[in-house]
Design a protein around this ligand. Structure first.
Ligand code: NIG
Ligand code: FE
Length: 422
């Protein structure tokens, strides 16, 4: 490689606290270890060719780099890893929000043909280009909150054509995105009205038509199913996940949002990379999770917005489990992709310590996307995706001051990030 091929080096100096700085990078953080976030005070961070190449105390700081930033009074975090989103959608659904304020439940709205089916109707009528531009805007929005790796699902198509349209939008996002994106096929998100009396017919369509096309075009890494009361049963979920595995798609499922659905156990039995939601998690679910490598992922933005119980993060961590926090960014149950707010909710509503919430939103989130080798912490060799905070007095101040925008600047692949104008 010639000198001109090299990207300029970037040095951040005088960092008040370098957060999640790992000498021996961990793949996952569980149980009591979740309360530990390695930090270095009065630190520097060196990035070259898009990767982290050095960090340490200021008295060992390199003399020069191509570019230098001063972070006096500020902390540097590894970017958030948001492992569960539905970032591609046609329109917002605030009319359902108002219906819920007036007394209807999320499930009642879904039974009336609202909810996911409402988003599907609108998405089917929206062009791939329009979906792409609105999703790109949301991607840039969440990058501004400090997100540096993300998963995005289909699931608002519910026809072969529209599911593929969503996944092609995600592929286009991957081509231009400065952060890695993992794509998840969620054809089994809801039962389309025309298949209400013929559930088997839709599941056959997923297995015999959608999955082969998704695999042929290499449009997704994972397969998701909404395994819950009123959506997909354990048996249906199992069938779909096994068919997906035959095409090399690993599972990452929605489970136990509305009831003790058996979804957690089904996910673990199918070797799911993660099982997500878990508002209804009891001893049997915890037992199942302790027996596997599946990452339990909690989505407090959804519990907050829908007014449903928060997942029992405290109980899960005390049982020795790892916990992941993600946004679930979607128009129906969590219309926000704000990871700092999710971290704050983890602390305020789920009894997580700031350190536990930070581990859940960084290294464990990376693990829930199988990206932990390259993202989720400050470690030599990892991709240099980090953010610099505004001046803050302590680590705990970050979730404490909920709703305050404390992300001052974002560095992606070792370069200061500015949002392009669309
Ligand atoms: O993760 N629970 C299922 N799916 C989404 C919500 C989808 C919607 O309401 O549009 C979720 O909460
Ligand atoms: Fe979701």
């Amino acid at each position: 490689m010639t000198k001109t091929d090299l990207m300029p080096s970037l040095l951040i100096r005088n960092i008040k606290t370098l957060v999640q700085a790992e000498v021996n990078p961990r793949k996952v953080v569980k149980g009591a270890d979740m309360a530990i976030v390695p930090t270095i005070h009065d630190a520097y961070l060196l990035m070259e060719n898009g990767r982290i190449t050095g960090f340490g105390a200021m008295d060992t700081c390199p003399e020069r780099a191509d570019e230098v930033m001063d972070a006096t009074g500020r902390m540097v975090f590894p970017s958030w890893c948001d492992s569960h989103t539905h970032l591609v959608f046609a329109t917002s659904r605030e009319e359902e929000f108002v219906d819920r304020i007036r007394g209807l439940s999320y499930e009642e709205i879904a039974r009336r043909g609202g909810g996911i089916l409402n988003s599907a109707r609108r998405l089917q009528e929206t062009s791939e280009d329009d979906l792409y531009h609105s999703a790109l805007e949301r991607l840039y929005e969440v990058i501004g909150y400090g997100t540096g790796a993300i998963e995005i699902k289909s699931g608002y198509g519910l026809t072969t054509e529209s599911e593929l349209k969503m996944l092609r939008v995600i592929r286009r996002l991957k081509e231009v995105s400065p952060i890695p994106i993992k794509a998840t096929f969620l054809g089994a998100h809801a039962m389309p009205v025309e298949f209400k009396e013929n559930r088997e017919g839709y599941i056959d369509l997923i297995i015999n038509e959608m999955l082969p096309k998704v695999a042929e075009e290499k449009l997704a890494e994972y397969c998701d199913v909404f395994c819950d009361r009123g959506f997909y049963t354990v048996e249906e979920t199992d069938r779909i996940l096994k068919a997906a595995a035959g095409y090399g798609l690993k599972a990452k499922i929605h489970a136990n949002e509305l009831d003790y659905s058996g979804g957690v156990q089904t996910g673990v039995a199918n070797g799911a990379v993660s099982v997500d939601h878990l508002e209804y998690t009891g001893d049997a679910e915890i037992e199942a999770l302790l027996g596997g490598d599946t990452m339990p992922t909690l989505l407090p933005g959804c519990a907050f917005f829908l007014g449903i119980p928060f997942g029992p993060a405290r109980k899960m961590i005390d049982a020795g489990l790892p916990v992941v926090l993600a946004t679930d960014y979607n128009p129906g149950s969590a219309p926000s992709g704000n990871m700092p707010f999710v971290v704050a909710l983890g602390c305020i509503k789920m009894g997580m310590l700031p350190e536990e919430a930070i581990n859940a939103a960084t290294i464990n989130g990376a693990r829930a996307m199988e990206l932990e080798a390259d993202y989720g912490s400050i470690a030599v060799g990892k991709v240099a995706n980090v953010f610099i905070t505004k001046p803050i007095p302590s680590l705990a101040y970050f979730p404490y001051a909920f709703g305050k925008n404390l992300v001052e600047s974002v560095v992606l692949q070792g370069k200061a990030w500015t949002t392009p104008r669309q």
